[in-house]
Design a protein around this ligand. Structure first.
Ligand SMILES: [Zn+2]
Length: 196
């Protein structure tokens, strides 16, 4: 030491300084850009999550909108004659076309499939036999009816439509319905009024 630095030494020192400084800048830039990338990945994930949540919400909303309405409080079933044996009959009305299955559950246990559908038409009351009503019958043996509904499919005699929420389609009409009602049955003795 003691000798003055010559020009080439200064250049070397300066170069080290510049390179240290630029390493610092690139280090900071690296940290900044990594954070920016992390932030943008997070915000992309957040908006993807939000989009998925909104899609799920809108699918659920659409599922609710496409439902056959809230289940009626009861099936007020009436006795109809005309056959060999009288029948206890009920009816339902739905706002659009559906595939349907109805199962009657007995007070004493057990169940039976009712003859209804398989396709319901929009706003047309459909009448179905709840059970036979032999002479002397007082009270329905049917406690409640479980209705299973599905969107109609291609080939049904109503316009097909779909609900894409992921619940069962009506292709087989086995298993759970896309929508279900469980409705108690009551014998209605109100005489049928005929408008004159
Ligand atoms: Zn649905």
């Amino acid at each position: 030491m003691g000798e003055p630095l010559d020009t080439s030494d200064w250049i070397a020192v300066t170069a080290v300084g510049v390179s240290v400084a630029s390493m610092g800048v690139s280090y900071l830039w690296g940290r900044y850009s990594a954070k920016a990338a992390r932030d943008s990945a997070m915000s992309a994930r957040r908006s993807a999550d939000e989009a998925a949540a909104m899609t799920k919400l809108s699918l659920e909303q659409r599922h609710d909108d496409l439902a056959p309405g809230p289940a009626p409080a009861e099936i007020a079933a009436t006795v109809r004659g005309g056959g060999v044996t009288d029948s206890l009959v009920g009816s339902i009305t739905v706002p659009r076309g559906y595939r349907v299955k109805a199962t009657a559950y007995f007070r004493t246990g057990g169940s039976t499939e009712l003859s209804i559908g398989p396709v319901l038409h929009a706003n047309q009351p459909v009448m179905f036999q709840v059970e036979k009503w032999p002479p002397g019958s007082e009270k329905p043996v049917t406690k409640e009816i479980r209705f299973r509904f599905w969107p109609p499919i291609e080939g049904d005699d109503v316009e097909p439509w779909s609900c894409r929420c992921g619940k069962p389609t009506g292709d087989t009409m086995d298993g759970p319905g896309h929508w279900e009602w469980r409705v108690p049955v009551r014998r209605d003795r109100t005489p049928i009024r005929i408008n004159t």
